[in-house]
Ligand binder design. Structure first.
Ligand SMILES: *[C@@H]1O[C@H](CO)[C@@H](O)[C@H](O)[C@H]1NC(C)=O
Ligand SMILES: *[C@@H]1O[C@H](CO)[C@@H](O)[C@H](O)[C@H]1NC(C)=O
Ligand SMILES: *[C@@H]1O[C@H](CO)[C@@H](O)[C@H](O)[C@H]1NC(C)=O
Ligand SMILES: *[C@@H]1O[C@H](CO)[C@@H](O)[C@H](O)[C@H]1NC(C)=O
Ligand SMILES: *[C@@H]1O[C@H](CO)[C@@H](O)[C@H](O)[C@H]1NC(C)=O
Ligand SMILES: *[C@@H]1O[C@H](CO)[C@@H](O)[C@H](O)[C@H]1NC(C)=O
Ligand SMILES: *[C@@H]1O[C@H](CO)[C@@H](O)[C@H](O)[C@H]1NC(C)=O
Ligand SMILES: *[C@@H]1O[C@H](CO)[C@@H](O)[C@H](O)[C@H]1NC(C)=O
Length: 608
């Protein structure tokens, strides 16, 4: 909500954050969505721009690979771009890719988004597509008057087949410019390629990491929007009909998801009976459970229980500066292996690939890439479904409230499992894909609705098991847990002033094991943020505020390790320690070491 021109002069004297209008039940009504922040008082043109970042492990080229060969794909300015066609550029495979021997020679491909902005602007969602296949879903950083910079790198090696063909790059970033929201985003999109130097023998077909063909399940250009589908309510199913090659032997759906507007904080939404009883016309409801369900010809093939990404303007924008929220610059994607269902898709006819969101409110942006592996020695593969079990969703809500105070406990589970065979010139392979989800959410309103506490856990397990007559070819298991704790409380409310305190603790705990012919692979990730903020708000403007965030990232895998422990306070990094060795010593006694480094801490603080 944009403040009127009359408030603009007040802004000049204050650290101001644009807020939606405030009503009596402040915690309820404000939701957790605040606008762009300003720091006009400290505007100093000679101060360097702030660099924002998402903590992630570095993408390392495989040992002995050559590169990078870097190509600028697109350079664009995003001013008044909302509801306009995406920025596009023709894509030609870089000459170095052809010289190296094509997609098969690719060791690593990295897509890098680098952008800057200055002024005042909301966080904006954007997508990057190549020939209709989404490569990156991301959220912009919110600018400061002295400017900000940030970059995002994503491993796009699995798109090798697409990168080897001519196509079109499209970026949709819907931005609005007016007297208040002045921030224009400038961005460069670059592709970095690395190649194998010692020609290795090609692995057998069943173990090839990269698909032969990537079919987008998204909207086609021309469009005045992103190529994602916009899912607006619980009954809205968006789909695309397409035929797949008749010699496909493996198929994986990669799903992109982001949630906005009434569902940006879906996990905090109260049930509708509470909203009705309290006459809360502007509070989004439908309860706190959501899931994306993927269907082929109407049949559930899998689901996505998404990670609760908090965008850069969420809860308290000061929390995400300069360390952005987990996943906000590089939204996670979710794989659903649909190989067991290939039998009915190999008839050369069109089939319907659809997505819906359980309990959805306006709006969810969803699309997918269908990764297909093809039999190069035959024109026709055959297959059949051996077993299929999709229990449907179990959802249970217990609701207790009196007036604006209450407690809602929601639990949910879902199980999907399918086994099918596919016969190709590489043999007859039986594949099982299964998913098992559990969810619990406790949503509490206290102090006449001015305090809200949400504690949620999503637990998602999936597995792929493939075997032929003689051996297990692949056995993969993934387990991810997404814990979330969110506290927001308003206090000292008087006339048009109040204070807002917030605490956010959330993260991703993941484990992946993979066995079978390629050997044993293992990785484990613990990535958590703990953030706390306060704001004093007057007439919808934040007159003072402070955010601090602590993040610990720990990855241990057969492919390497990475550890980082970083803290920020009031826009400044106050401690930062990282290590990429796999020795236990590297990250055992973190807390002592942090307290042990005053000199270094000072140095870092001065630099920023
Ligand atoms: C609770 O909030 C409602 C509306 O926000 C207000 O009308 C009511 O007076 C409040 N009750 C108390 C006890 O503060
Ligand atoms: C502006 O920033 C520069 C560099 O940080 C500093 O040297 C200078 O004193 C600042 N000026 C004001 C007026 O704060
Ligand atoms: C984009 O690339 C141009 C040319 O190299 C450079 O001048 C500009 O600073 C870059 N912009 C960003 C945001 O990285
Ligand atoms: C749900 O959204 C679809 C697509 O916008 C629309 O056609 C339909 O009327 C909506 N249904 C309800 C119940 O609002
Ligand atoms: C809600 O609105 C209705 C009709 O305007 C009114 O009768 C009722 O008392 C209101 N309930 C509350 C809790 O404000
Ligand atoms: C739903 O939850 C309530 C309270 O937690 C419990 O008593 C009830 O057995 C649950 N129902 C189902 C079907 O799980
Ligand atoms: C959230 O709930 C879980 C499980 O009920 C509990 O273990 C955890 O301590 C809670 N977190 C907070 C911060 O209250
Ligand atoms: C935050 O930093 C600014 C300078 O960037 C300073 O003026 C302000 O007092 C700091 N606030 C707190 C609460 O430390």
């Amino acid at each position: 909500m944009a403040p009127s021109a009359a408030t603009a002069s007040i802004l000049l004297a204050l650290i101001a954050i644009l807020l939606p209008s405030v009503t009596a039940a402040a915690a309820l009504q404000m939701r957790h969505r605040l606008g762009a922040s300003l720091q006009v008082a400290s505007l100093n043109a000679s101060e360097p721009p702030t660099t924002f970042f998402e903590v992630d492990r570095p993408i390392r080229p495989p040992r002995g690979s050559a590169g990078p060969c870097s190509t600028l794909l697109l350079s664009a300015t995003f001013g008044a771009t909302y509801g306009r066609p995406p920025a596009t550029a023709a894509y030609a495979p870089p000459a170095c890719l052809g010289d190296a021997g094509g997609a098969g020679a690719l060791a690593l491909a990295v897509l890098e988004w680098a952008a800057d902005c200055r002024g005042r602007q909301f966080d904006r969602i954007f997508g990057v597509w190549l020939s209709g296949a989404e490569l990156l879903r991301s959220c912009t950083a919110e600018p400061r008057p002295n400017g900000i910079l940030w970059s995002v790198s994503r491993d796009v090696t699995r798109y090798a087949a697409l990168l080897a063909e001519p196509g079109e790059v499209a970026v949709y970033l819907g931005n609005l410019i007016d007297k208040t929201y002045t921030g224009v985003y400038h961005a460069n999109l670059t592709l970095h390629l690395y190649f194998r130097t010692d020609p290795q023998p090609q692995p057998p077909p069943q173990q090839q990491q990269q698909a032969d063909l990537i079919v987008p399940i998204s909207r086609s250009l021309p469009l005045n929007d992103g190529q994602w589908f916009a899912i607006q309510n619980a009954t809205d199913v968006q789909s695309k009909k397409l035929a797949i090659p008749s010699n496909t032997y493996r198929a994986v759906l990669q799903v992109f998801v982001s949630f906005h507007s009434d569902d940006e904080f879906w996990y905090t939404n109260p049930p509708n009976d509470y909203i009705r009883a309290n006459n809360l016309s502007s509070v989004p409801g439908n309860g706190a459970f959501r899931e994306v369900v993927a269907r082929v010809d109407g049949e559930v093939v899998g689901a996505v229980w998404p990670f609760t990404v908090i965008y850069t303007g969420g809860v308290n924008p000061l929390l995400w500066r300069p360390i952005t929220g987990i996943g906000s610059f590089n939204l996670p994607t979710y794989d659903i292996d649909i190989t067991p269902f290939l039998g009915k898709l190999l008839d050369g006819e069109e089939h319907d690939f659809g997505f819906g969101v359980t309990n959805a409110l306006d709006v969810w942006y969803v699309d997918a890439n269908l990764h297909l592996w093809l039999d190069h020695k035959s024109e026709k593969t055959t297959g059949g479904l051996l077993s299929y079990e999709a229990s449907g969703l179990n959802l249970n809500v217990s609701s207790e409230f009196t007036g604006l105070d209450g407690q809602f406990v929601t639990s949910a589970s879902r199980h999907v499992s399918a086994t099918g065979w596919v016969k190709s010139s590489y043999g007859e392979v039986t594949t099982t894909f299964n998913q098992r989800f559990c969810y619990e959410n406790i949503n509490v309103f206290r102090k006449n609705g001015t305090v809200q506490i949400v504690n949620q856990t999503i637990d998602a397990k999936s597995g792929i098991f493939a075997k032929d007559a003689s051996a297990v070819l692949l056995s993969e298991e993934f387990h991810e847990v997404f814990p979330l704790y969110l506290y927001t409380g308003t206090s000292d409310q008087a006339d048009d002033e109040y204070s807002l305190d917030s605490i956010v603790k959330f993260g991703i705990n993941g484990k992946k094991t993979s066995g079978g012919k390629p050997g044993f692979l293992y990785s484990s990730l613990r990535n958590s943020q703990s953030a706390q903020g306060t704001m004093r708000v007057k007439k919808n403007l934040v007159v003072s505020g402070l955010g601090k965030t602590h993040q610990v990232y720990k990855y241990v895998g057969t492919d390497g390790c990475y550890f980082r422990d970083v803290s920020s306070r009031n826009y400044t990094i106050v401690s930062d320690r990282s290590d990429d060795s796999c020795s236990k010593r590297a990250y055992s006694s973190v807390s002592e070491k942090l307290n042990d480094q005053p000199a270094r801490r000072k140095l870092l603080a001065n630099k920023l």
